[in-house]
Design a protein around this ligand. Structure first.
Ligand SMILES: NC(=O)c1ccc[n+]([C@@H]2O[C@H](COP(=O)([O-])OP(=O)(O)OC[C@H]3O[C@@H](n4cnc5c(N)ncnc54)[C@H](O)[C@@H]3O)[C@@H](O)[C@H]2O)c1
Length: 288
């Protein structure tokens, strides 16, 4: 039995060593494909493997087609949006993920990004506090719940919208549940996005919604870039210079919006996207 770890962005060495120890103890063979640059390299690597572990690597119908022995694919992360589930099902391949494993890191990052924006991207000068501000958490899942807990600890007024979680449960956890998503955008100084990227949510964070936010409103996106309607957000932020957007997910490199986004970024309203698990960001310390 062969187990492939296919990661364009490799795991830490300690993680790979841990996976190798478990796989080899079970009598299987571990095959590594790291930092690959083309889908063809992945097609070749999957040809004779029985199981595959990926991160955000795309397991497309072509990958599934090239993997004639594949029985199980595990996405080390939350969500299935990088796996073609229909192709997996059609080929009797079990698809699994690891929800919740990095939720705390993402929640801390979301709060860190709120502080970063409240403190004018850590430029010397004046800034604002989060205490007493309203944060609207869009989706109360593993990450959203932890953001709520940490935001409350900072003295924020926490709102949350998730049509799939009972209102009573959210209220019992000290969260204000608005009647509509629009109500949350109208009332909150910060919106923190934690929705999955699916047919309902893709491009749903648009001009009409974000435009409802009060003066100085800030959207924090640690969910997925696909949920943002980039064209509309850029158009809105050009009209409303008070609004802010901060994300750890770079816009699509092929997007024609990137040029516009960069020019907005130069004016410090769209800070350079920060990546959660790559280079740590160490901005200059403000003068006290
Ligand atoms: N930045 C990162 O590195 C990173 C890491 C982990 C997860 N994520 C992303 O963060 C998001 C949340 O992850 P999670 O682990 O909390 O997922 P989760 O599955 O635990 O929670 C998702 C929540 O979204 C809710 N939801 C679904 N559709 C909704 C809708 N239309 N409106 C409001 N709520 C809706 C569900 O009811 C659920 O409570 C996902 O997009 C995930 O891909 C990003």
């Amino acid at each position: 039995m062969k187990v492939l770890v296919a990661t364009q962005k490799p795991f830490a060495k300690a993680a790979v060593d841990g996976i190798r120890a478990i796989v080899e103890k079970a009598g299987y063979e571990l095959v590594l494909l790291e930092k690959y640059e083309t889908p063809e390299e992945l097609y070749a690597a999957v040809a004779d493997v029985d199981a595959m572990i990926v991160r955000s690597d795309k397991v497309t119908a072509q990958v599934v087609d090239a993997a004639k022995n594949l029985k199980v694919v595990v996405r080390a992360g939350a969500g299935f949006d990088n796996l073609d589930l229909a192709a997996c099902t059609a080929n009797n391949i079990v698809a699994m993920n690891t929800p919740g494993q990095n939720s705390n890191a993402v929640a801390e990052l979301a709060l860190g990004m709120m502080i970063y924006m409240a403190r004018n991207t850590f430029k010397p000068g004046t800034g604002a506090e989060l205490k007493g501000k309203k944060v609207g958490i869009q989706a109360y899942g593993n990450v959203g719940r932890l953001v709520a807990e940490k935001a409350r600890a900072l003295g924020m007024d926490v709102w949350a919208f998730d049509p799939f979680v009972p209102k009573e449960k959210m209220e019992a956890e000290g969260v204000v549940v608005p009647a509509t998503l629009e109500d949350m955008y109208k009332n909150c100084n910060y919106i923190s996005l934690h929705i999955p990227a699916n047919d309902q949510t893709k491009k749903s964070i648009n001009k009409a919604l974000v435009g409802l936010m009060p003066k100085g409103g800030c959207v924090i996106n640690t969910a997925r870039k696909e949920v943002i309607n980039e064209e509309e957000l850029i158009a809105l932020m050009t009209e409303r210079e008070d609004l802010k957007y901060c994300t750890d997910i770079a816009p699509d490199a092929s997007s024609t919006n990137l040029k516009n986004a960069s020019s907005l970024r130069r004016r410090n309203r769209v800070p350079k996207p920060l990546r959660l698990t790559s280079t740590p960001v160490s901005p200059p310390l403000p003068k006290l």
